[in-house]
Write a protein that binds this ligand. Structure first.
Ligand code: GTP
Ligand code: MG
Length: 461
């Protein structure tokens, strides 16, 4: 990709619309616009009305905006032409620009130029891609924050501390014979661990942060007839899965999409788990186990209207081992059939965190909708990272990997320091950590990685 080229693309989505935007960026952008609209008096950052004529014949009436370098999206000369949104017309306009010497932009090339010209760092460029692809408002908001530079800002003090740390160690080595005080082992360990813990916490937020960007899998589980399919339908607010009084109704895993606190969630209804005799039901249960193994969150559905059996307890303790489980005791519209002894056994089997002061299950009725709002809220609460309100939330795998690698470099340094390694060896680890943070924001990035990042954009961005 040659930045001396002037690139052109349709910036609005394919299809028909009221308006369509064609964008040019590069040194010849203005000259090309003037060739197509002769006599147009372009004024910086202003929209100008123009009649687009070919051989004296009117093709369209358009608005042309000129963004002179460097105060433009790409930091190059940019021309935006708003025409009427007919695909034929827009393609013809692009053709006219090509004819005047522009070339077609590659996917993401406008944003790539903005990055290469220092208008954005890599996390901001990625955020633009995320913003375009957002499916929920929460995704869009997070992307917008990052586009504004929130991640880069959160990294800034860390980078500053790291640089300062490096400078002090370097000074200790270079001026060992002078009066420069050498950092003590304790002091070094303290500083390194402080930076490491912040990096580790940021990297760890990806475990949940990725759900915002990529979505989460929420699987319902429980014994047959507990009311999983009924609850599935309630959560979706549609009669999607078959419900019957017969145990073993659901055989296949059924999935549907919904949103919880802005997180795109795939909800999976599964076959009830029990010692089944029927081969098809056993196959269904195999699929249930596969789904549960993949699930980010499991909703265990218990039947409050039937006495608990040993099989129920076995299932409870099995599912309670999974990393994230929410428990619902269904059929609260009916009298509870659990004996006091069963109830206390259940409390023992389900020992994970629960809303304070309450039993570790939520009372619901899939039949009349009771407790559904509380269940929905609790599921959302379990999915939304707690760091969301307080700190920066990592949603992107590439970013998480660099943070992990930087934290690991500091961990290596702490270990080396403990073994009284020379300061030169400690510095190697610190430089490695710094390099990871630079790669995260794109200060030092291999060409091939850049290509990968920007090619996931659409043409015209
Ligand atoms: N009273 C009452 N009945 C319910 C409730 N939820 C489900 N049921 C009934 O319980 C029976 C089983 O419901 P399903 O939703 O099919 O149960 P399931 O867990 O999907 O069962 P399998 O697919 O066999 O594993 C049906 O007759 C439902 O109408 C509830 O909250 N209250
Ligand atoms: Mg079912």
């Amino acid at each position: 990709m040659n930045s001396q080229d002037t690139i052109v693309a349709i910036a609005t989505p394919p299809g028909r619309g009221g308006l369509g935007l064609v964008r040019l960026s590069g040194p010849a952008a203005r000259a090309i616009a003037l060739q197509i609209f002769p006599g147009l008096r372009l004024r910086p950052w202003r929209m100008q009305h123009a009649k687009w004529r070919e051989n004296g014949e009117l093709v369209d009436e358009v608005l042309v905006a000129w963004f002179p370098a460097p105060r433009s999206y790409t930091a190059e000369d940019v021309i935006e032409i708003s025409a009427h949104g007919s695909p034929v017309l827009l393609r013809h306009l692009v053709q006219a620009c090509l004819h005047q010497g522009a070339r077609l932009a590659e996917a993401g090339e406008f944003t790539q130029r903005a990055f290469l010209n220092g208008r954005l760092d890599l996390t901001q460029a990625e955020a633009i891609g995320d913003l375009i692809h957002a499916q929920t408002l929460a995704q869009a908001r997070h992307a917008a924050r990052q586009m504004e530079g929130s991640l880069a800002r959160a990294l800034k003090p860390l980078k500053h501390d790291l640089c300062e740390f490096i400078a002090r160690l370097e000074a200790g080595i270079d001026f060992a014979d002078d009066d420069v005080s050498q950092l003590g082992r304790e002091e070094i360990a303290g500083a390194a661990e402080r930076i490491q813990s912040v990096l580790t916490a940021m990297a760890a937020s990806y475990a949940q942060g990725r759900w915002l960007r990529e979505g989460a899998l929420l699987a319902l589980a429980g014994r047959p007839n507990a009311g999983k399919s009924s609850l599935f339908n309630r959560l979706l607010a549609m009669e999607r899965a078959l419900v019957a009084a017969e145990a073993g109704t659901t055989r296949d895993v059924i999935t549907e999409r919904l949103q919880l606190a802005g997180i795109p969630v795939t909800l999976a209804d599964t076959a009830g788990l029990r010692d089944a005799a029927h081969a098809i039901e056993r196959q269904g249960m195999e699929k249930t186990r596969e789904t549960l193994a993949e699930a980010d969150l499991v909703l265990l559905v218990l039947d409050g209207a039937t006495a608990l059996t040993d099989a129920d307890f076995a299932l409870m303790s099995q599912i309670a081992q999974m990393p994230r489980v929410v428990v619902a005791r269904n059929k609260c519209d009916l009298p509870c059939a659990w004996s006091a002894q069963e109830q206390s056994r259940a409390l023992e089997a389900i020992h994970f965190p629960c809303p304070s002061g309450q039993p570790p299950w939520l009372e619901v009725s899939a039949l009349n909708g009771e407790g559904l709002e509380a269940l929905r809220a609790y599921l959302a609460h379990t999915l939304v990272p707690q760091s969301e309100e307080s700190g920066e939330w990592i949603t992107n795998q590439r970013q998480a990997r660099h943070l992990e690698a930087a934290a690991a470099a500091l961990a290596r340094m702490v270990a080396a320091n403990r073994q009284s390694a020379p300061h030169e060896a400690l510095l190697v680890c610190l430089y490695a950590a710094l390099q990871e943070l630079d790669a995260l924001t794109g200060q030092t990035t291999a060409e091939d990685i850049l290509g990968l990042i920007f090619s996931s954009f659409c043409i015209g961005k």
